[in-house]
Design a protein around this ligand. Structure first.
Ligand code: R5P
Length: 312
């Protein structure tokens, strides 16, 4: 019988989409996803999707608003072409840091984007390591929230560090760091961070013993790289022997690579939820692919199997 599974990709991370398709032993279906001369986004799915289980793979990374529009139009196109189910696969969910107001007269952008994705016609969302797990509740449709930790942990299991401490670089990341710590049986330290201005961070204090230890900072995303660089300074000042860092999403701002290269972190492990071209100068940065994780989740959703079973 002809397969009813279809994968499409926008322009934000086609490499990951093709890697996912390869894991599923299929191809990404053709689509035109471009721009008209007047700047408007143009979409056309070039494969029949009638009655199909359609997965649209698109990280909402830079250019963030454009990536979101491509995703919305692709969902709408699939819906109007009589797809049976449409799943938005958003390996990196942009605007996730705007999940609450930090002062008056601000939007809750992560919630509004969730509303729009639902309105466009998505039946389900698949995503990886949301900045705040509560964002799942912003959607009135099922969300499969995948965790990259099992993949990232693998990277450290083969290393022979004697005394390891896992570090949360801010209070908001404690649960994430604690989960990582439990997986590698290490101790935990927590840094208190503040943001004097947007995109700037300052380390205020730290709890936990890091002296003589290998410190692994665990974060969900890297933007400017300031959080990690400042955390590393604090850890070394408190006697850590060496510092590594792990972050799922390489949402690098322009200055990030330089900041990380200049920092005293020995190695930084990220995933390919966002495509970052790495060259010789980026020797500290290593990338772990989430293609197998996302591919397995897609297959399980398509076959109505448990997705949470992936994490036990
Ligand atoms: C903050 O709550 C996040 O978890 C990251 O720590 C933060 O977004 C990293 O940003 P930057 O690299 O600009 O310091």
């Amino acid at each position: 019988m002809e397969s009813r599974l279809r994968l499409f990709t926008g322009n934000s991370n086609p490499k990951l989409a093709h890697d996912i398709a390869e894991r599923l032993d299929m191809a990404v279906s053709p689509a035109i996803v471009g721009t008209f001369k007047n700047g408007e986004t143009r979409v056309r799915l070039e494969d029949n999707v009638r009655g199909c289980d359609v997965f649209i793979i698109q990280s909402t990374c830079m250019p963030v608003d454009h990536s979101i529009m491509e995703l919305l139009f692709m969902v709408d196109a699939a819906r109007r072409a009589s797809a049976k189910k449409v799943t938005a696969v958003i390996p990196y969910y942009g605007y996730a840091k705007q999940e609450k107001k930090t002062s008056g007269r601000e939007p809750i952008s992560a919630k509004l984007v969730a509303n729009i994705i639902r309105t466009a016609g998505a039946d389900r969302v698949v995503t990886v390591d949301l900045h705040a797990p509560a964002i799942e509740g912003f959607f009135d449709i099922p969300v499969d929230h995948l965790r990259a930790a099992p993949l990232l942990v693998e990277h450290f299991k083969h290393q022979r560090y004697s005394d390891v401490v896992v570090v949360s670089p801010d209070a908001g990341g404690v649960a994430r760091a604690n989960d990582f710590r439990q997986r590698i049986r290490a101790s935990l330290a927590i840094i208190a961070k503040q943001r004097p201005r947007p995109d700037e961070s300052e380390v205020m204090d730290m709890v936990g013993d890091v002296e003589g230890k290998t410190a692994i900072i665990v974060d969900d995303l890297i933007s400017t790289g300031g959080t990690l660089a400042h955390a590393a300074e604090m850890l070394l000042k408190r006697g850590a022997e060496r510092v590594y860092a792990v972050a799922t999403h390489a949402a690098f701002a322009e200055s990030a690579k330089r900041t990380l290269a200049d920092s005293r972190i020995e190695k930084i492990i990220v995933t390919d939820t966002i495509q970052v071209p790495l060259n010789g100068e980026d020797r500290k940065i290593e990338c772990v692919s989430v293609a197998s994780l996302v591919g397995e989740a897609i297959m399980r959703i398509h076959k109505d199997l448990s997705v949470s079973a992936l994490f036990h």
